[in-house]
Structures are given as C-alpha cells and as structure tokens.
Design a protein around this ligand. Structure first.
Ligand code: SAH
Ligand code: SF4
Ligand code: F3S
Length: 433
C-alpha cells in the first residue's frame, strides 16, 4: 500500500474533515507519521487570518525539498485555502493538485488518473459526506468530534468561511446518531458536535438543534456531549433548557461576541447588538447558573474607535467570560469588509488593543478559576499532563482544564476532583474518593 501523510491546520472542522479524507483514501493508502515517508502529502489548510495562510505557504516551500528525482511524491492542498488558490501554485509545482472542502470524494480519481482534473474547488449545496465513516486516526480513543453541518450563510463582513466552505447544510440526523452509537460502542467518553453556527441546524422542517441535542444526549447517554459554535443571534432558551435537562450535556457555551460595540457589530453584520448579546448572557446565567461562557473577540476591526474598544473591555467585564480566543483583525480578500470598508486601524494600535484585551481576559480567567477553589467536579481524565508523569490532565463539564496527581487511575476514567489551587490557565486539584 502507498503511504499518505496528512497535516491539518485551522479549526476542529478541518480535523474532522481530515478523518473523512483518510477514510475516502483508505482502500489504497495507509497513513504514515512523517512527510519523509509519504507517497502523497496533503495539507488541510485554513484561510481565516493572513498568518494562517502564510504558515501553509512557508510549509509548502519547505516540502519542495522532498521532491527527489525518481521518487513520485504528490503534494496536495485541501481545505479552505483550496477555495482561494492561485494559478501559479500549480504552475510553479508548489502543489500537484488542489481539492476544496466539498471535493474530497474526487481524491481517489485525482490521485489515480493523471487525465482527471487536478483542481477541484467547486462548492456544493448538499455534500455532507453521508455514508463515510471517518477514520479516527487523531483521537485518544476518549473524545471525538462529529460534524453535524457544513458551510455558513451568515456572511459576517470580515470572514472568509462562507466563501471557502460554501452554503450551510445540515447532516441527516440518522447518520449523526449512528456515528454517536458507534463511538459509544467503541468506548468513547465524550463527543463534540461541530458546526459554524450549530443553532441553525435544521432537518426536514421541524427538527432543530435542541431536538438533535436531546437525541444525541439520549443515544450517547454514557458519554459527555459538547458542541461548538453558537452564534449569539440564534441561541435559543429552548436549547439552554435542553442543556439543563440532560446532565451529560456539558455546561459550557462558546458564544463569540467579536466586539462589545453595537456600531462595530453592525459593520461586522453580526445581526445582534451589545444589548442583545448581554440579554443572551442573562438567559444563560438564569437557566444554566453553573455554565461557563467562552468567546471570540476581534481587535481593530474597520473603523473601531477608542470608545468601541472600551466597549469591548466593558462587555468582557459584564459578561465575565471564563476564557476567550482573541485575534487582531486580518483583512481577507473577497470579503465585504475588504471590498467596502477601510482597514484603517494602524497595526500598532490593533496590537496594543489586543494586548489590553488579552490582559483583561487573563484577570477574568484567573478570577473565574479562583471561584472554583474548594469545589469538586467530575473530571474526565484525558492523559498525562505537561507538568509531570505523575499528573493527569482532564476537563470538567465547564470545559476547564484540571491537573491532578493520577494516583493509579487511567485515562478515560471519570473522576471526582477537588480544586485546591489554580493558575490563570488551569485548575489544580486532587482526586476525592
Ligand atoms: N462560526 C464561528 C467562528 C468561526 S472562525 C462564529 O461565527 O462564531 C473563528 C473566529 O475567528 C471568529 O469567531 C473570529 O473571532 C475570528 N476571525 C474570523 N475572521 C477573522 C478575521 N478576518 N480577522 C481576525 N479574526 C477573524
Ligand atoms: Fe464566519 Fe460569521 Fe460564519 Fe462564523 S458565522 S463562520 S464568523 S461568517
Ligand atoms: Fe480556517 Fe476554514 Fe476552519 S478558514 S477556521 S479551517 S472553516
């Protein structure tokens, strides 16, 4: 069998897709651990910010060194950058072929038939890779991702995803539940359902995300269930109530705010105001008092004033985010913002604002962790911690990382851990019996 090496960049959807790709190619290719051994190298790429694309282009330049005379190595570009490829990438032999996120079923043909088109980037309105069982080569056997939808229809003005992944489409619930059953039978302890906006999941008219969550929670009743990402405009109380009703649905909501200024949110086309966002936070606190809330924030979007930036800082304090992913605005060609709005916040101002946002979040995360000292949580042990061989790390339902002495326990066990200390990034604890 020929050897296949896949390198994955970007979000969890790409990690899930790499397992679909490995499955599609599994009749003819065996996965290998290094690029050096491979007959085919695939880079599953991300376009979300400029540095994500730069990293891949640099990696491709490095991989050129592996093209030796006499050896037929093929290098392919898949994932989001495929939808934004430039002709000279193929002409200059940076890559041999390109397959976009909806073209993975063509990979066997692209690889075996030199006459077949080597650039397939058309986007589909209905491809969900139904019938393909992902080859779970990246997991620890404990926790797995299950994608429930593809694409995005929201067209936030800064974002490439609607262009790279195409229109939103939901996966058949039968397929999803079958995958959940299989994971449960294999002994998995946790699944994370994936979509760009899971709250707009819809099947056959009336079957929405709360119904799917309830069915997943029942089908995988001995597993934990997580999901990401929720768009604030579509997060319903019905979903929060479903979460409250099922103990195995984890109590963490990732609710990207992007900005605390209604004016910036309008320019971003997020379709909610600061007040709408805080109203949703209020509902979460009321219906799920024990839940953590995490977010994504962008600093330095087009036209962002010092007051807008202050509004983001004050939103962070009001919402009391437990953790956050924070980014500097990066203009992406082809988006509405690139075409119609001016990227007018100077880079050093973007950096300074981002640093303030990060510093504030560090304080908020630390306070959030301090509030957990003395509490006991159910923790799913995932594996050895970076700290020492004698420690495991795991996460509680709230998605916080806890490090604790392993004391003869095994990864995959659900343990009661009492928190006795913390850093800004992790909780420290001890198993209680
Ligand atoms: N679908 C998710 C986000 C997916 S992208 C949602 O709408 O919440 C993950 C994060 O990357 C976004 O939440 C945003 O904070 C960030 N991001 C997207 N485009 C960006 C850009 N052009 N510059 C900087 N950050 C960006
Ligand atoms: Fe991008 Fe907005 Fe879609 Fe999220 S919801 S993927 S930020 S366009
Ligand atoms: Fe990146 Fe595509 Fe995900 S742009 S963040 S890999 S959807």
């Amino acid at each position: 069998m020929k050897q296949l090496y896949i390198e994955t960049y970007g979000c969890q959807m790409n990690f899930a897709d790499s397992e679909v790709v490995a499955s599609i190619l599994s009749d003819e290719y065996r996965l290998c651990q290094t690029a050096q051994e491979a007959d085919v190298i695939l880079l599953n790429t991300c376009s979300i910010r400029e540095n994500a694309e730069q990293r891949v282009l640099k990696r491709l330049e490095e991989l050129r060194a592996l093209r030796k005379k006499g050896k037929s190595l093929k290098i392919g570009l898949i994932g989001c950058m495929a939808s934004r490829y430039q002709d000279n990438w193929v002409e200059s032999h940076l890559v041999d072929f390109i397959a976009g996120p909806d073209s993975y079923r063509f990979l066997p043909e692209i690889l075996s038939d030199a006459e077949a088109p080597q650039i397939r980037t058309e986007l589909s309105t209905d491809e969900t890779y139904s019938g393909i069982i992902p080859k779970r080569y990246q997991t620890n056997g404990i926790s797995a991702f299950v994608s429930i939808m593809r694409g995005c229809n929201n067209f936030c003005t800064y974002c490439v995803v609607p262009y790279t992944r195409g229109r939103e489409r939901s996966r058949n619930p039968e397929d999803i539940l079958q995958e959940i059953r299989t994971l449960s039978e294999k002994g998995y302890k946790e699944v994370t359902l994936l979509g760009q906006n899971v709250n707009s999941y819809l099947w056959g008219g009336g079957y929405g995300f709360p119904q799917l969550m309830a069915d997943v929670a029942k089908t995988g009743h001995e597993m934990r269930v997580r999901f990401t990402t929720s768009h604030p405009k579509d997060l319903s109380d019905e979903l929060l109530e479903t979460m409250a009703a099922h103990p195995n649905i984890c109590k963490n909501i990732h609710l990207p705010a992007q900005s605390g200024s209604s004016e910036v949110l309008r320019r971003m086309n997020r379709k909610y105001t600061r007040e709408d966002y805080l109203e949703r936070i209020g509902s979460i606190r009321r219906i799920l008092p024990e839940a953590t809330i995490s977010t994504d924030l962008i600093s330095g979007f087009c036209g962002e004033t010092p007051q807008d930036h202050e509004a983001t800082l004050s939103l962070m304090r009001e919402a009391r985010f437990d953790y956050a992913f924070m980014f500097k605005y990066s203009e992406r060609s082809g988006t509405y913002a690139a075409k119609h709005l001016k990227d007018d916040v100077p880079d050093e101002v973007k950096t300074a604002r981002l640093e303030e946002v990060i510093a504030l979040q560090r304080e908020l995360s630390y306070e959030s962790h301090r509030r957990d000292i003395g509490k006991t949580f159910e923790v799913l042990a995932e594996g050895p911690s970076k700290r020492s061989d004698e420690h495991f790390f795991g996460r509680n339902s709230q998605n916080k990382v806890i490090v604790f002495p392993k004391e003869g326990t095994q990864p995959g066990q659900m343990l009661n851990v009492t928190v006795n200390n913390c850093t800004t990034a992790t909780l420290l604890g001890k198993i209680t019996r």
